[in-house]
Design a protein around this ligand. Structure first.
Ligand SMILES: [Zn+2]
Length: 223
């Protein structure tokens, strides 16, 4: 069941009180429209009714897609150190609470960036796996290694037999697109799975570019 609370909050810019609905739990089965809103960047954003100031609320969201066996734990956080601390705690709690037994075959993801959350929903909606997509993204960015530091890459969409990635360069202030044949994705999928990586989780996983680099160095998530 999707859960929310309503809060009246003052705008940080102009002070106007604005009613905001904050979602803590999103269950896709009961709330398909809410999922659509989330993908449109409309969930848990404060939008001032007077000056239009817009900001993401600092609240956590648990996203559950029963049919696709996805459980995403989203905790907004900008600091890599804090992210690692939060992640370690989530993994420890999961082992102690016994919740993992009920989540067999699930993909469990710990996510701290709202754009990553949206991207992962899109990835699994397209029937793809984010571990393989992260490897592909590292490969795309490594084509120009001197620029990789100020670039990020996201899956945009699937267009026929091509996957379209968007590369945002924060220094050049440009957005580039990069098309990758689906057959390339499939080859990498096969290689990643052959190396022992499972397309499901044994505990919460933080699947990002660092995770992809570890896969490329022989890491797998076999329990
Ligand atoms: Zn305002």
């Amino acid at each position: 069941m999707s859960l929310n609370k309503k809060q009246s909050l003052p705008c940080p810019k102009c002070g106007q009180l604005t009613d905001t609905t904050i979602w803590n739990v999103i269950t896709v089965k009961d709330s398909p429209d809410l999922k659509k809103d989330l993908l449109r960047g409309k969930v848990n954003f404060f939008v001032c009714s007077s000056c239009g100031y817009r900001a993401l609320m600092p609240n956590a969201i648990l996203y559950h897609d029963e049919d696709k066996k996805l459980l995403f734990s989203f905790s907004p956080c900008n600091s890599p150190v804090k992210t690692q601390e939060l992640f370690d705690k989530v993994c420890e709690n999961a082992e102690q609470s016994g919740e993992l037994k009920k989540l067999e075959g699930y993909n469990l993801r710990f996510i701290t960036n709202i754009n990553d959350l949206m991207e992962k929903i899109v990835i699994f909606d397209l029937g793809l796996n984010d571990k393989v997509i992260e490897v592909l993204k590292v490969m795309i960015l490594s084509k120009e290694p001197d620029k990789a530091q100020h670039r990020d890459c996201r899956l945009g969409k699937r267009d026929g037999d091509k996957l379209e990635f968007m590369i945002r360069d924060t220094e050049e202030k440009q957005i580039y697109t990069c098309s990758v044949p689906v057959s390339t994705y499939e080859t990498i999928y096969k290689n990643v799975m052959q190396s022992g990586v499972k397309p499901y989780s044994f505990n919460w996983e933080l699947v990002d570019n660092f995770y992809a680099s570890r896969i490329m160095n022989g890491f797998n998530n076999i329990k």
